[in-house]
Design a binder for this molecule. Structure first.
Ligand code: BJW
Length: 296
C-alpha cells in the first residue's frame, strides 16, 4: 500500500468498505468502559491476586473455593454491566457484513452477545463465564447460559447495607495463595457446586485456562477461515495486550494472507508482537469512543 498516516480515519474507512474478508480480534479493553477490569496493567488485580494467576487448572485444583470466588464475582459484575458503544458498533458491522466478517473474542463477559452480535460469526476463543462444566476429566457435562448469581449460596457476595454494591474486600483480606503462612479464608469444596451428571466432579466455569485447549468447534471454524486460502483484507485488533496465544498469533496469520492491521488500544505499546507495518493503522484511545467513529 502507498504511504498512509497510521492515524488517518478516512483511509481506514475506505479500506474497510472495500474489504471482503475481515477479522476482528477482541480483548478485555473492549469492555473496560463498561466497568469491567482488564487482566494486565491497571485493574488487573482481584483482591491481592494477579488475575492471570487464578486462571489456571492448578489454582482451581489447589483452592477451588478461592477460584470460584473470583469467577462468581466476575459473573456478578458482568451481569450488572451493560454493553458499551464499541460492542454495539461491532454487532452492527457484523450484521451488515454477514459471513465476510468474523469476530474472534477473548472476552468471556457475554457483552458482545448481549449487544446483538450474531452468534454464527462470533467465536468465543476463551469460552464464557456463563457456561458451567464438570471439572472431572472423565465427564463431559456442560451447561450453557447459566446466569444464577451467586452460583451457589456459599458464594454470595456481601453487599453494603441497603445497597446492591458488592463490598470491596481488597483491603480487608489478604488472600495471597502463594504464601502459605497467610491463613486462607476458605470455602470448602463440599459447599461448591457439584456435577449433576457424574455426581462427583466439581463444577467449574466454562472458560479456557492457561495450558488448556481452546474449544474444538471454535478452533475448527477459525482454521476453516484461514485455511480457505483466500486473501484476508483486514484484521482489527481491539483492546487486547496481544500477549496470549493462540489468539495473538492470528494477527500474523492474517498478515500472511495479505491483511492490513488496524489497532485500537488505550496504550500504543500494546501493538501486536509483529509490530506496526507500513499501511497499518493505530487508533489510540478508548474503544468505546473510537469504534463508532471508525464504522460510521
Ligand atoms: C483498552 C481500553 C479501552 C484497556 N479501549 N483498549 C506460544 C508462545 C508462548 C506461550 C504459548 C504459546 N502458545 C500457547 C502458549 C501458552 C499460553 C500463553 O499464551 N501464554 C502466554 C502468556 C505467553 N496459552 C495457553 O495456554 C492457551 N492454550 C493453548 O495454547 O492450548 C494449547 C497448548 C496447551 C498446552 C501447552 C501449549 C499449548 C490458553 C490461553 C487461555 C487464556 N485464558 C485467559 C483467562 C480466560 C478466563 C477468564 O476470563 O478468567 O484469557 S488469561 C486472560 O488473558 C484472558 C484473556 O482473554 C487473555 C488476553 O487478555 P486481554 O484480553 O488481551 O487483556 P489484557 O488485560 O492483557 O489487555 C487489555 C488491553 O486493553 C491492554 O492492551 C490495554 O491497553 C487495553 N485497554 N482499556 C481500548 N477503554
Amino acid at each position: 500500500p502507498s504511504v498512509v498516516d497510521p492515524t488517518d480515519l478516512k483511509s481506514f474507512q475506505d479500506h474497510l468498505k472495500n474489504s471482503k474478508r475481515i477479522l476482528a480480534l477482541l480483548g478485555a479493553g473492549l469492555s473496560a468502559s463498561s466497568g469491567l477490569p482488564t487482566f494486565r496493567g491497571a485493574g488487573g488485580l482481584w483482591r491481592t491476586h494477579d488475575a492471570t494467576e487464578l486462571a489456571t487448572p492448578e489454582a482451581f485444583a489447589r483452592d477451588p473455593g478461592l477460584v470460584w470466588q473470583f469467577y462468581n464475582y466476575r459473573r456478578h459484575m458482568a451481569l450488572g454491566a451493560k454493553p458499551n458503544p464499541a460492542h454495539y458498533a461491532l454487532a452492527a458491522l457484523a450484521k451488515k457484513r454477514g459471513d465476510e466478517f468474523i469476530t474472534l473474542s477473548q472476552n468471556v463477559d457475554g457483552l458482545s452477545p448481549r449487544a446483538g452480535h450474531p452468534a454464527e460469526t462470533l467465536k468465543l476463543l476463551h469460552g464464557s463465564l456463563f457456561d458451567l462444566k464438570c471439572s472431572s476429566f472423565f465427564c463431559n457435562h456442560m451447561e450453557r447460559d447459566n446466569y444464577t448469581d451467586p452460583v451457589c449460596p456459599a458464594l454470595a457476595i456481601p453487599t453494603e447495607p441497603g445497597t446492591d454494591n458488592p463490598i470491596d474486600t481488597t483491603a480487608k483480606r489478604d488472600l495471597d495463595i502463594s504464601n502459605i503462612s497467610v491463613p486462607l479464608p476458605s470455602i470448602p469444596a463440599s459447599e461448591l457446586p457439584h456435577c449433576p451428571t457424574c455426581q462427583t466432579g466439581l463444577i467449574r466455569p466454562g472458560v479456557v485456562w492457561f495450558g488448556e485447549s481452546l474449544p474444538g468447534k471454535v478452533m475448527d471454524d477459525v482454521d476453516a477461515f484461514f485455511d480457505s486460502g483466500e486473501q484476508v483484507d483486514l484484521i482489527m485488533v481491539i483492546g487486547t495486550s496481544s500477549k496470549v496465544y493462540p489468539a495473538a498469533g492470528y494477527v500474523d496469520d492474517a498478515r500472511a494472507m495479505g491483511a492490513r492491521v488496524a489497532v485500537v488500544n488505550m496504550d500504543r505499546r500494546d501493538a501486536p508482537k509483529s509490530g506496526m507495518c507500513e499501511g497499518d493503522w493505530m487508533f489510540e484511545g478508548d474503544a468505546a469512543a473510537i469504534l463508532p467513529e471508525l464504522f460510521r
